[in-house]
Design a protein around this ligand. Structure first.
Ligand code: NDP
Length: 284
């Protein structure tokens, strides 16, 4: 059931770059829903005061981005399993008089993989995650919830790779960054969860030629839309999965909580955000 004119937000500092309003306002228009979704710049020292306003009912909920994803956690009443497992909150909503923090990156990552490479679980015996930051942790947890039996974590900072492997458990093993080509050999799924390949960053240097036939390469970087890693994967006949789909799918659970309507990730929504990325790239 649709709710009455919910007021929603995305908070961060800075926040001007966020594409979340485009996504949520598209869904509001598509479903003819009253309400609002605004970008709000909240400095770290203002976070407790802002969350108090949410608690008081001024907002139905919203999204939380850098630098507040961890800082917001002690200000909430409870966390979903996903938020507790990843140690980060990107979505806030009211439930039974309590303020709940969720992390929808896991759902977003898996939903886009399900759409782009259906049946992937049956063929993925060895998965490699490049990176050991917040996104890598969410992805590792997501793959484990779907029965992954072997996760190799390669990260520039070896200590962080070891820590993440420790958090993920016995199915996960750390790997030296310099050994990432060897790690990719025989892999059925390789995920780039570093910022390498993003516009303005260094490219990701990795040899995909040893990947298993029909292997899947998932790059969560989405600016540019087609990263050099995805181009290389397509050229080798591997299945390429882009980061924009993850961004769109991770927005859906929050919208459903605030507006009471399950939104769909459609080609029209994708085209809208793609166009925005292209325009922003042309300006910069
Ligand atoms: P973090 O800052 O938590 O982690 C960044 C990761 O990138 C670390 O593993 C870091 O390694 C690695 N890295 C950075 N620079 C280099 C480099 N020069 N060489 C090797 N590794 C490097 O970020 P997040 O985990 O939050 O995000 C990672 C990427 O994923 C970003 O590009 C972000 O935009 C994207 N993302 C996309 C989402 C989507 O919906 N598509 C959702 C979330 C994130 P080290 O530990 O050694 O510093």
């Amino acid at each position: 059931m649709a709710l009455a004119a919910p007021a929603c937000f995305v908070i961060g500092h800075p926040i001007a770059h966020s594409r979340s309003p485009l996504i949520h306002r598209h869904w509001m228009a598509e479903h003819d829903l009253a309400g609002s979704y605004e970008r709000i710049d909240v400095a770290p020292e203002a976070l407790p005061g802002f969350i108090a306003r949410v608690r008081a009912g001024e907002f139905a909920g919203g999204n939380v981005t850098l630098p507040h994803k961890q800082a917001v956690m002690p200000l909430l009443d409870a966390l979903t399993q996903a938020a507790a497992a990843t140690g980060a909150v990107n979505t806030v909503f009211h439930q039974d008089g309590r303020l709940i923090g969720d992390n929808t990156d896991i759902t977003g990552f898996l939903a886009h993989l399900d759409v782009t490479a259906p049946g992937w679980e049956a063929r993925v015996k060895k998965a490699v995650i490049l990176g050991a930051g917040g996104a890598a942790q969410a992805i590792g947890h997501g793959l484990l919830t779907r029965g992954a039996s072997r996760l190799v974590i390669a990260n520039r900072d070896a200590t962080r790779a070891a820590m993440l492997a420790g958090v993920l458990g016995p199915q996960a093993e750390p790997c030296a960054w310099q050994a990432r080509d060897e790690a990719a050999a025989g892999a059925d799924l390789l995920v780039n969860a570093t910022s390498l390949g993003m516009k303005g960053q260094l490219p990701l240097d990795i040899d995909l030629s040893g990947m298993a036939a029909g292997g899947i390469v998932y790059d969560i970087v989405y600016v540019p839309l087609e990263t050099p890693l995805l181009e290389a994967a397509r050229a080798k006949g591997l299945v390429a999965v882009d980061g924009l789909g993850m961004l769109l799918h991770q927005a859906a659970p929050g919208f459903a909580r605030w507006f009471g309507v399950e939104p769909k990730v459609t080609p029209q929504l994708r085209a809208l955000i793609e166009a925005d990325i292209v325009v922003a790239a042309a300006k910069s």
